[in-house]
Design a protein around this ligand. Structure first.
Ligand SMILES: *[C@@H]1O[C@H](CO)[C@@H](O)[C@H](O)[C@H]1NC(C)=O
Ligand SMILES: *[C@@H]1O[C@H](CO)[C@@H](O)[C@H](O)[C@H]1NC(C)=O
Length: 269
């Protein structure tokens, strides 16, 4: 494996990494109950030296969803590896990367993530807090070769999504102010420029450009630290980290595709 990484890769890859846990890096496998009652396994990885963490799971249809949090750069990257439907003329799989800013207090710090343990690995968990649905309009494409400026993890996590890395104009504005090179961004066609540009589900023509929607849910992730109070002999109260609060959050990404063929999950039902 390449050096200096935060965990990414497919589930198969992660499995083999388990044996080689190094100081400062940690993996944890948790069982999570989904809304439909099914139980899935999630992989949590953290690397406190790289200051990043990731959450990954496989959906029933084989899609692998990954969220990587790069705390150092203040960037989070969602990746979906979607198995193609060969009978519909799609390629073996399609990879999508959505890059946006990581806010403070969204996910617990990587060093706390790296310290997470569970008493009983068989415990089935459900998020304590439902953070609802966030709708993101991903109106800018990111050039893969230059994307390392935003987060050097992009090279690993988005390598299969070279042609499909998206972000938002509002994030771009923030990054440009911080001195990031503007040539890595390309503003995508918007409905305002192309009156014909509709949501993909409204087209039956597979070759039309359209706005695709991809929804994903991070089913369970440690979103906050819990603090407990301790009273010493003199009566002085101090607090210490004694656990985590778990959250679930859904995201709906809208982005431009040059043909509906690239967005076949978004069908009118
Ligand atoms: C991305 O950047 C590289 C390096 O500058 C360049 O060669 C390539 O053409 C760019 N790709 C696109 C799609 O603009
Ligand atoms: C995505 O989620 C939104 C909001 O729940 C829903 O209206 C839409 O149909 C979903 N789209 C797809 C492609 O799943």
């Amino acid at each position: 494996m390449s050096s200096g990484f935060c965990p990414w890769g497919s589930l198969g890859l992660l499995l083999s990494l388990l044996a080689g846990s190094l100081l400062g890096r940690a993996e944890l496998q948790v069982r999570v109950r989904l809304r439909d009652g099914r139980v899935t396994e999630e992989w949590l990885h953290a690397d406190s030296e790289q200051d990043c963490s990731s959450v990954e799971y496989r959906k029933e249809d084989g899609t692998v969803i990954t969220l990587l949090a790069d705390y150092r750069q203040g960037v989070k990257i969602f990746r979906a590896l979607i198995l193609g439907e060969l009978e519909k003329g799609q390629s073996q799989f399609q990879a999508l990367c959505f890059v946006t800013r990581l806010n403070r207090n969204e996910i617990i710090p990587s060093e706390s993530m790296a310290k997470l343990r569970q008493k009983n690995p068989r415990t089935v968990r459900q998020a304590e807090e439902l953070r609802g649905l966030e709708h993101l309009s991903m109106d800018v494409a990111v050039n893969f070769s230059k994307g390392a400026q935003l987060s050097f993890h992009m090279h690993n996590i988005c390598s299969e999504a070279r042609e499909a890395i998206y972000t938002r104009e509002e994030d771009v504005r923030f990054w440009l102010e911080k001195g990031v090179d503007s040539s890595m961004f390309e503003v995508l066609p918007q409905s305002a420029d192309l009156p014909d540009l509709l949501h993909c589900k409204l087209w039956s023509d597979r070759w039309k450009p359209c706005i695709c929607t991809y929804n994903l849910t991070i089913e369970w992730y440690p979103c906050m630290l819990k603090y407990c109070k301790n009273r010493d002999l003199t009566g002085k109260v101090s607090s210490y980290k004694c656990g985590i609060r778990s959250c679930q959050k859904s995201y709906s990404f809208d982005y431009y595709v040059s043909q509906k063929q690239l967005c076949l999950w978004d069908e009118e039902t």
